[in-house]
Design a protein around this ligand. Sequence first.
Ligand SMILES: [Zn+2]
Length: 283
Amino acid sequence: MLRNFFALILVLLATPLPTILTRVDADFATLTIVVPWHPAPKSITAGAAVSRFASRTVRTLHVPPEDKVIALTFDDGPWPSGTPRTLALLEKYNAKATFYVIGMYAKRHPELVREAFERGHEIGNHSWTHRYKGITPIELLAEVDGTSELIKQLIGETAVTFRPPGAVLNNGMAARAKSKGYPIVLWSVNSGDTAPNATSTSMIQNVLNHASPGAIVLMHDGGAKQLAKAKALPIILEELTKQGYRFVTVSELLEIAKDPKPIVKPAAPRVLLSPKATPKQSR
Ligand SMILES: [Zn+2]
């Protein structure tokens, strides 16, 4: 009986990473999908280009004031409906951006990932399925390492940074990415383009009112509100260009940014020892 149990454990351990039944919580839809991933993904460590920010969580960056640089980021693609339009607009304004792709969509539309990369944009890792919770340790490998491996296969280069879906930092994904040295890149300006009541005007105002040198701007190159997004992006690019901004990738921004503050480790708690009881003297 016990021998059979151990045999079963051995068989399970030898099985390639199983098919993952999961639910996608991206802002565009909720659906149930089956993600096959065979064989188990290799573990890819982040490149050294942004080593100053390795394993750090980045929200805002400080750049020299004379460097009017800004990083536009487009999440949750690639999208056949929105990515080509976004690439054409960025080209028109000579803007470089970062696309935080979802692995399963990158696998479905590899040509869009390659095209973005060949046009000088950066490809970031945004997990395989865009889940927020309930991720087992083995699924974390598919989410983080599996997406990195796919990106490496598609463009020949490792993703430079990781952006956790929904900016959730406590579901294991960010920890896994940090353990591989990836900077965890969030944002300092949210276009709000996934808000139910978002309009092109609100997107434009959200970005322009909060843009500053060193800002990282969150946008989506597809999904709902396509018309509003298509209307907002050229105005954002036009206005920021007029203001003298240069559009760079996230890794370029990390290169330009000042050193991050050193990590302050919490001091070890002081343990107050109660005075030892004085042994009674024997008479
Ligand atoms: Zn996302």
